[in-house]
Design a protein around this ligand. Sequence first.
Ligand SMILES: Cc1ncc(C[n+]2csc(CCOP(=O)(O)OP(=O)(O)O)c2C)c(N)n1
Length: 970
Amino acid sequence: MVSSLLRTTTTKRLSPSLLRSRGYHDESFGYRKPPTFAFPDYTEAQLQNRHTNAALLRYVDSVRTHAHRAARIDPLDLIHRESEVAALNPGRYGLPVSDPGAKLNVNGIIWTNPEVEEQRSSEEEWMSMEEINRRLREVYVGRIGYEYMHSPSKTERLWFSHLLESNSVPASAFQAPELRKRIHGLLARSEVFDNFLQLKFPNLKRYGLEGGESMLPALDSLFSSAARAGLSNIIVAMPHRGRLNLLTDPELLKYDSTALFYKIKGGSEWPEELIGEAGVEGDVLSHLISSAHLNYHSNSIKVSLLPNPSHLEAVNAVALGKTRAKQYSLLRTSPETCQLGDKVMCVQLHGDASFTGQGVVMESLGLSGLPHYTSGGTVHLVVDNNIGYTTPIAQARSSQYCSDVGKMIGAPVLHVNGDYPEDVARALHTAFLYRQFFRKDIIVDLLVYRRWGHNELDVPNFTSPLMYEKIAERKSVPRIFEERLITDEVMTEQEIDSVRKTYRAHLDSALAALPEHKPSLSSPTSPVSSTNLEMKSSWSSITWPTSSSALPDPDTGVDLDTLRELGKASVKVPEGFVVHDKVGRFVKARLGALEGKGVDWATAEALAFASLMSEGTDVRISGQDVGRGTFSQRHAMLVDQRTEGVVVPLNEFLPSSGGAKVGKLELANSSLSEMAVLGFEYGISWERPDLLPIWEAQFGDFFNGAQIIIDTFVASAETKWLKQSGITLLLPHGLDGAGPEHSSCRLERWLQLTNDRFSPSSSSSNANAESTINMHVVFPTTPAQFFHLLRRQMKRNYRKPLIVAGPKALLRLPAAASSLEEFEPGTKFQPVLPDPSLVGKEKEAKRVLLVSGKIYYDLVKERKEKGLEGKVGIVRVEELSPFPFRELGDVLNKYDLGSGKEVWWVQEEPRNQGAWPHVQERLGNVEVLVESGVQVKYWGRKESALPAPGIGRLYKEQQERVVKGAFERL
Ligand SMILES: Cc1ncc(C[n+]2csc(CCOP(=O)(O)OP(=O)(O)O)c2C)c(N)n1
């Protein structure tokens, strides 16, 4: 019988018309919101009894709330156990402690029946004081400490007390001999593995699991519960501790041991053919990855361990995004009515110090319940060894437990003693039940110890001598477990020996096979296939950027009639829907633009989205206030002024192109986080190459809160991990008197992060630069260019991150508007824009100004005012990385540079910022400039500690000097 605590229920799908209301944010895109449960309330008789037996009620609730403080959860018994917790003394509540046989009616106070409905009875239920104490102590003061009474949800609190007090997950189920033998295998192999590495590679920093071996049965239990519940995929994010143990275990992630030894010896984890030309440089040992199909009682589940950088916890949000997107991919292929989290679960492992200390933990937890960011509930497993590097907990956190950060989302916490792997397995199963029932996050705090230092070459006794004295005295976790198995006659000594010896023999032969090991595209254990570099499943239509079939520069133009139709759909207001007056004017302006009045930035963006969607591509744009747009420019999401109902016209009214299934636009208004939200979008981009994933910063500089994600994922994932991503970042940029912080998306930093070549000769062709660049950095000046860039992201048959320094001033600048013809078939993004006013007359110019971005329009205006048209050419470098050597050379060639002409680089950013530090050396390598002997002169602001001054007068003076000065002495 499945108790009602373990059953999940389903909710009905909302009708499309309701999606237009606030529900748009919750219930679209195939994800169904987790149902909300309400447990049956107490019966009249129970309420009466709670009143009559108030002292008992107070006592029981005290135990539920405080017993974790007395629970036997700490293997070292150093910190967590309090010898006396006054709240657990029934005498303090006036209960008859001196008469253990005295009976009390517990109906409505203690739960004894797993069937919640049956427990709602009027029957009196009597228990003696002794029974009450025994039951409560068994449940709450054992080797698992529970914290759930902080939950703001009465249903969740009741769910836990019912589950625990009615013994719905009995300890005996985790004492079954077969399970204990399996647990033993995991523990023993882990120890054999650690010892083996220590012996064969004594100088290796392996971040072994000694002391924390229970992490493996913990995960095994979780995977098993998930597989039995019908989940198909688990996405795992984890740090260094015990990662190699999990990876290589033959029952878990099955990483080839010989490949591991090869890596330890300095070899490559990727096929050797990819090193060099294809740009692969790999990552360190403790970041290796694997995915494996595991079978539990004929239920198969795929567990994928994500790559991660050294930056602790940074991978969390990436894993969440990947999980949500994976669920969506699976739903599309198996469209049964499915709840979020039915198929895929995110599992995150943490160290105690990093879980407490890293801000991204809070940011990522904060996403867990938000529309557009929920992923069906994560199980967090903290491998809590009470120390971080050399920092003991007293200096590492202000909270009682490392898990306390989870309380900000009301997540329940189970603290469990790692010396008792069966209890660990039980805790993880319980955590899974909660996650499955509520589709919310839960934390398991696995209390263990770390036998060695931070790594095996480290000396922990320098700083924690007493703790390590205690640790040194202890037998290992696997050995203690083996002794119990022998005592309980579950295994004999010989059997135990055989498990260890068999695994040791396996490792010996894997090491012996090392000389023959050479990872290659054709080897059977290769993580990538020779033809398509692991372009599996959803990536099957995507090729590798350096392959001969890569298309870096596809046509991105669209038939104009189609565009007009799409543009109209983008602002269609449903009948009876009342939009704000200003939005009404916005709608009119868009319709005017489509009739030839000039296409503005937001219209170009809408046309890019709409055309991609009509061809079947999904688009997701995420960030603060993206639905409306920070500058009120987008209005892709309309809000009814009377009801706050929401409609996204592009999702309602878009015609399909050539019968393709129309894509969807997900406008994900985010929490006020950059790091976690960008990480989340980035995770989506790993899973869904068929979706255009966009993250928009409110102002460009706010991306710096997400710098870790940028350095360690966006800029480097392809080189480290062969992971492509089409993530697209929109970063408002440009000086407009708004002061230091709102002026710059720190173009210089992006450019410094690219692996752009310094001269054209360092690569054979421009096409090659397109494919080996780690990310594109662009600063487009026209809506049409922006349109083509967005479409290029999806029309290529490979994926690259795109960083767009986006405009603020140009959003509505009439001079920046594009004509519809710039969007038509045959048009595409131009890395360099020649001066349109000088076409054919370039030779007459005396000076050429090279610029990037919005200053172009200021310069054009000034040139006109000065009457210098024809004398000065203004050439726009729209793509800064890869630097367009060829295209710029082609344009400059027309100017006849040999005839004493000047070439200036003009920018409004300070000299140490903007594009200049990047372009300076590269300009010196443009062939025509080299041949003509022209030295490019810098003209712009002088060096500054700020992107722009905060004093208005200063800003104006500086800006005038830059703009006017560009035309002096002509
Ligand atoms: C963001 C970040 N800061 C510092 C480090 C350096 N570092 C690596 S491991 C570690 C200690 C981590 O402690 P904990 O999270 O408790 O995990 P444990 O090593 O104890 O398993 C530190 C400080 C890092 N990798 N990432």
